[in-house]
Design a protein around this ligand. Structure first.
Ligand code: ZN
Length: 95
């Protein structure tokens, strides 16, 4: 039996990718929206490509709000965008 790879769907572009290729966004039980880089935060999660375009699309189209069943505050969006940018810089540096 081949090992089953968990697949998740980006809420912005609807593309299915391996779980670890996507960024997990979580609404925590106390109502915060944050980027779960390690996949350990409990709460309701949504997956987005590690791409700022998908993040922006997910927030602006309200797809992320629907997936998390809550509003995404501007501050949370700014924080997510900053983390996505940092992550991208990190990836570029590794190559
Ligand atoms: Zn996407």
């Amino acid at each position: 039996m081949p090992k089953k790879i968990p697949m998740r769907q980006c809420v912005a572009c609807r593309e299915k990718k391996e779980k670890y290729e996507l960024a997990r966004i979580v609404r925590t039980p106390d109502g915060k929206v944050l980027y779960d880089a390690r996949g350990k935060v409990s709460g309701r999660g949504a997956y987005i490509c590690k791409d700022i375009k998908c993040l922006e699309k997910a927030v602006k189209s309200k797809a992320l709000s629907r997936a998390l069943e809550c509003d995404v505050p501007d501050e949370a969006f700014e924080e997510l965008r900053r983390q996505f940018e940092e992550q991208k810089e990190g990836q570029d540096a590794e190559q």
